[in-house]
Design a protein around this ligand. Structure first.
Ligand code: WT7
Length: 645
């Protein structure tokens, strides 16, 4: 298999970019022909950003799993689709060929059908990073059920909310998950989340850790038993195969929750054909993947990066995707390098936070590891700082691998702005050029295009996108209006990313970070409102305000200002109690790094919290707090500065 849509030179990049803007229909129509359709589309693109209403390849019929699996079988059946590296390096590596993947996904499809799952039903998946997670996701897609993967670091209330919002009647989970030295009891968290839930009919439990679990008769069933039944059933009919459901191009493929600046997380909805084409096209072009390459993305499938660049994009491209169960520092900080050495990894895709944390261990963990197979390095999740970029380049890439800094979001489905490895030039801490099909624009607060350059000769503004691309979100589950107000209402006829950016005269972009009340902690999005709500649920907490501050490893740390009333314990115990509450409501990933107790918060006369001031104090920059005379109680600022942690 080769990729007719792979960009091979910078000239071709410019030509393709221009074509994609001048005539998106013929540009994407030509690319779409290289995928497998049951029925060809009637129309490539129809759209308006007002409602918004975006449709790609309408009238087309397909199943994404036929594109990710079946069409590769004749030529690549015995090639590895997934190489699975277990948490414990002494455990057995599993190599899942495309033939084996096909068999397992067909079994999952049959198992889901046997348990009453229908096309359009929602299935929540809460598992560790085992191959069965990939089978589960693809098994849903095979029968047209909509999956919603919940990251294993989320806890009870987050799961309750997602179950309720999706209206899921089915869950697939594990007894537990291994992550480093920890055994995380997933099923028991599901049990807690199911208290009072009458919607969920079946919970399928895959055995990974052999942690004792409660199994309720009639509801909870073992994956192993169900898969064996499905196998017998399918085998009785001949070679194992389960017919893929014929889906419309715009049928929802999955829902993935992500935090915003207000309210509870939103269920971002991605649909079938456009998402498939976007993830494959961007995978093949940014990494310059070539058949036979071993590709290792260190993300978790619980996040969009894992959906798009461990499962769908690579598999649709017939790639070999390495899936890792564990963490970069277990059993020691050389684990990534050990994996690269043993599996002869050619392409590594990881996050700046991982690079920064590994930098802290020095070069010892790298010494003696053969990294010469590496050809391309990728980064995602947050802007990569120059120090980390150079360390990655020099010590991992040995100054011979291009680094691609891929900017994108859960909502964009796949990479939007990135260097194309060995095709377009890289530059430390710059995401560089938009992919064909992506039309960025920088606007000021009023939505006017930024014309004036700043004193560095750069344009600076809020990053928006002018026209649809195939992988964009279509709606937010159950609430289309929320999708409109969140992304399409800030500026007329533009998709607003929530990020700020700089642009140079050559058209390169540098992402500067969120301009809304969303934090980026270790590459994960934390909504301040969501976290404040969780903290406010703790008895004794009257009010709270969350801001981010620069953190050496996480990129941003979480600083909480809390007004507390009550006599229980001392400050330290209260802090611990608040952390417990956050852990129960959202999950350990949202735990504040610092909690400062205050008697008041700086507010405007209309009652709005002045986060700008709190941010400055958290950053330790109190020299210039700006005008504070308009505050309801300016005195409170002095007190907060004094109590700073
Ligand atoms: C936000 C999206 C995209 C998958 C992982 C995160 C930030 C992401 C970069 C990058 C600068 C980046 C942005 C974006 N971000 N990648 N290469 N350079 N910033 O997905 O949770 O949807 O978060 O992450 O702020 O808006 P997400």
């Amino acid at each position: 298999m080769s990729y007719p849509y792979q960009i091979k030179s910078i000239e071709q990049y410019h030509q393709d970019y221009k074509k994609s803007v001048d005539d998106p229909d013929s540009f994407w129509g030509a690319i779409a022909q290289h995928f497998q359709w049951r029925k060809k589309w009637d129309k490539v693109l129809e759209w308006n950003f007002k409602e918004p209403n975006v449709k790609w390849f309408e009238g087309g019929k397909l199943n994404i799993t036929e594109n990710c699996i079946d069409r590769h079988l004749a030529t690549m059946g015995e090639k590895p689709a997934i190489i699975w590296e277990p948490n414990d390096p002494n455990d057995r590596v599993r190599i899942v060929t495309y033939n084996r993947l096909h068999k397992r996904v067909c079994q999952v499809a049959q198992m889901l059908k046997n348990n009453g799952v229908q096309k359009g039903d929602r299935v929540c998946i809460y598992m560790g990073m085992v191959p069965e997670l990939a089978y589960a996701v693809l098994g849903c897609a095979r029968i047209g059920a909509i999956h919603s993967v919940i990251f294993g670091g989320f806890s009870v209330q987050s799961i309750k909310d997602r179950l309720e919002d999706t209206g899921a009647a089915f869950i697939i989970t594990c007894d537990g998950a291994f992550r480093g030295g920890k055994d995380i009891p997933l099923k028991s968290v599901i049990d807690d989340a199911l208290v009072g839930n009458n919607l969920v009919k079946k919970v399928i439990v895959y055995t990974r850790t052999r942690t004792p679990v409660s199994m309720i008769k009639g509801r909870d069933i073992w994956w192993e038993d169900e898969m064996a039944n499905a196998e017998d059933q399918l085998e009785a009919k001949g070679p194992i195969s389960f017919p893929a459901e014929e889906m419309d191009a715009e049928d929802p493929l999955f829902i993935l929750y992500t935090s915003g600046s207000t309210g509870k997380p939103k269920g971002v909805v991605h649909t079938t054909a456009g998402y498939m084409i976007w993830t494959t096209y961007t995978f093949v072009n940014t990494f310059q993947y070539n058949p036979g390459d071993v590709y290792f993305c260190t993300a978790d499938i619980g996040w969009i990066t894992g959906h798009s660049y461990i499962v769908y994009g690579p598999l649709a491209a017939g790639a070999t995707s390495l899936m890792f169960e564990g963490i970069p520092t277990y059993p020691d900080a050389g684990r990534f390098w050990d994996i690269i050495d043993r599996h002869k990894v050619n392409i590594l895709y990881t996050a700046p936070t991982a690079i920064r944390s590994l930098m802290g261990f020095g070069l010892d963990p790298i010494n003696g590891k053969d990294l010469s197979s590496l050809k391309v390095l990728g980064s995602v999740g947050e802007p990569i700082n120059e120090e980390a970029w150079h360390w990655y380049d020099k010590n991992i890439g040995k100054s011979k691998c291009p680094i691609i800094d891929t900017w994108w979001q859960t909502e964009t489905g796949g990479t939007m702005i990135s260097t194309l490895a060995n095709v377009t030039p890289a530059r430390p801490s710059w995401a560089t050029l938009p992919l064909p099909g992506v039309q960025p624009i920088l606007v000021d607060e009023n939505g006017k295009e930024v014309i004036q350059k700043d004193d560095q000769g750069l344009w600076k503004g809020n990053l928006c996108i002018k026209a649809p691309w195939p992988g964009m979100l279509r709606t937010t589950w159950g609430d289309h209006e929320r999708c409109r107000t969140n992304y399409f209402a800030a500026y007329e006829n533009l998709y607003f990313t929530g990020d700020g950016a700089l642009k140079d005269a050559d058209g390169n972009y540098r992402i500067t970070g969120r301009v809304d009340d969303v934090l980026n902690v270790s590459g994960h999005r934390i909504g301040t409102a969501e976290l404040e709500n969780a903290i406010n649920m703790h008895t004794g907490v009257v009010e709270s305000a969350i801001v981010g501050y620069p953190h050496d490893i996480k990129g941003q740390g979480i600083y909480a200002y809390v007004i507390y009333q009550g006599h229980h314990g001392d400050d330290e115990l209260r802090r611990q109690d608040i952390l417990q509450t956050v852990t129960r409501i959202i999950g350990p990933i949202a735990k504040p790094d610092k909690i400062q107790f205050v008697t008041g918060l700086p507010k405007t006369r209309s009652g709005k919290i002045m986060r700008r001031i709190l941010r400055k104090i958290a950053e330790g920059d109190v020299s210039n707090l700006g005008d504070i005379t308009t505050l309801l109680d300016p005195g409170v600022v002095e007190e907060i500065i004094k109590g700073r942690i």
